[in-house]
Write a protein that binds this ligand. Structure first.
Ligand SMILES: [Zn+2]
Length: 169
């Protein structure tokens, strides 16, 4: 490959360097040496190999911390969610099993929710609201503009909501 292989000559003995050239400090002077000169000088302690600075690896950039979105979609479950759900369900004449089925949750879970032992996750709470036509969620900060239950990319996940709420406690 012309141009690529640089022909180097040993600065000590003048022979053409075949293979790897040794860049070394010989008595404090930087020199390019053939292997045999380098070995000789290194053995006598006169040559110190110069370590070429390794090309700095480009480190994978850490993703910038996500900026806090200004419009937080934060909801909290109302205090008496258990009662509101139970009353709305009973008003419709639905059994717990029936409502649980509609919500695609277990009856046990619904019982926990209706007895106030478990706050429904936001997604479920929305389903409950829609199904029973009640309100059990109240906006904590900024009111949601659209009544779309599908989560859009970029909106907070339940995990985020929990973290944020923990911060506020
Ligand atoms: Zn040499």
């Amino acid at each position: 490959m012309p141009g690529k292989d640089e022909v180097l000559y040993c600065e000590m003995c003048g022979t053409r360097i075949v293979g790897r050239p040794y860049r070394a400090l010989v008595d404090g002077v930087e020199m390019v040496l053939c292997a045999s000169c380098y070995m000789k000088l290194a053995r006598s302690g006169r040559a110190v190999l110069i370590r070429e600075p390794r090309r700095q690896k480009t480190l994978p950039r850490k993703p910038a911390p996500r900026p806090r979105r200004p419009s937080l979609e934060l909801y909290d479950i109302v205090e008496d969610y258990d009662e509101r759900i139970r009353r709305a369900r009973e008003a419709r004449g639905w059994t717990r099993a029936a409502l649980a089925q509609k919500l695609r949750i277990s009856e046990t879970m619904l019982r926990k929710i209706e007895t106030g032992k478990m706050k429904p996750p936001i997604d479920l709470a929305r389903k409950i609201e829609k199904l029973l036509k009640i309100q059990i969620l109240e906006p904590v900060e900024i009111e949601e503009e659209e009544e779309d239950y599908r989560r859009e990319p970029g909106t907070l996940t339940l995990g985020d909501v929990v973290v944020v709420r923990k911060d506020e406690d």
